[in-house]
Design a protein around this ligand. Structure first.
Ligand code: HH2
Length: 273
């Protein structure tokens, strides 16, 4: 199976790596590092050299407790970076946003994919996705970033997340979205146990389409390992990414591209044998 991102075609028969490029002052693990356009472009180019198949550009932190930024501020952060990346990179660029205005602007500039952590809750986002005919990531989040980690509760986390993704996927398909990737949303309104169960049951979500997993540096790894500093969670990230690949994940969204690509190659060989 292929993922058609405008002029790029990605082979989904092997796990793909999405490198994270946060153009924000406050992202949970790398806030402020790539706010400057030159630093952002350099980092994206390095991630491609290290083996990233897709670069995901985000201009708003969705970490627990984050307060949303205005459309204008988010555009101010991402537009110059997306403009440069479209010219320079030879891999698809994904725009990670909850705002239809930002998605539309970046896709018009030439971005190739849409990553919406609210899972197309906003009808206007569905229209943007249809109009640009790009692959869309539909992610599950419980509520909103400001409050999602306040006592998250489910009847059955795997079933509840599956039902939400099924509903959003069906709505999107009915509206004309052709290529959908689902993401159970690790860390978005989930306890450590919820996250572990979602990773364990990736195969369930594959009934809905290709599955993306964003486990990189997340707080469940910090809690399991006792590592407070999010930028120091590489070893735990490699274990989680490996488990995701063995359980069937198609796209891994990661910060540490070089190291994760190596772990993913080994995990993929083990999955295939
Ligand atoms: N996680 C984050 C952001 N976007 N998108 C998808 N599809 N899946 C994820 O798990 C996911 C995501 C959070 O990570 P990061 O972008 O590094 O942090 P912040 O939101 O603080 O910028």
């Amino acid at each position: 199976m292929n993922l058609v991102c405008k002029n790029y075609v990605l082979d989904l028969n092997k796990p793909l790596v999405m490198g994270v490029l946060n153009v924000t002052p406050d992202s949970f693990s790398d806030g402020g590092l790539f706010l400057d356009v030159t630093a952002a472009v350099r980092h994206a180019e390095q991630m491609v050299k290290d083996g990233a198949d897709i670069i995901d550009v985000g201009g708003e932190s969705t970490r627990p407790g984050a307060v949303s930024v205005s459309v204008d501020e988010e555009l101010r952060r991402v537009v110059p970076v997306v403009t440069e990346l479209v010219k320079r990179l030879r891999v698809p660029i994904s725009i990670d946003t909850m705002k239809p205005e930002v998605a539309d602007a970046c896709l018009k500039l030439g971005a190739h994919m849409l990553n919406d952590v609210t899972g197309l809750r906003d009808e206007r986002m569905v229209s943007v996705a249809v109009r640009h005919d790009v692959p869309v990531v539909i992610m599950h989040m419980l509520g909103e970033p400001r409050t999602m980690q306040v006592k998250p509760e489910y009847n059955d986390v795997v079933r509840d997340v599956f039902e939400y993704l099924k509903k959003q996927t069906e709505n999107a398909r009915a509206a004309g979205v052709k290529q959908i990737i689902v993401d159970p949303g690790v860390g978005f309104g989930k306890t450590v146990e919820h996250n572990l169960l979602l990773i364990k049951h990736i195969v369930e979500f594959k009934k809905l389409g290709p599955v993306m997993m964003g486990v990189s540096r997340k707080s469940f790894i910090g809690k399991l390992t006792g590592v407070e500093d999010a930028s120091d969670r590489l070893s735990g990230t490699l274990a989680a990414v490996t488990a995701c690949v063995l359980n069937g994940a198609n796209i891994l969204r990661v910060h540490d591209v070089k190291e994760c690509v190596r772990a993913i190659r080994v995990a993929e060989a083990l999955r295939r044998i």
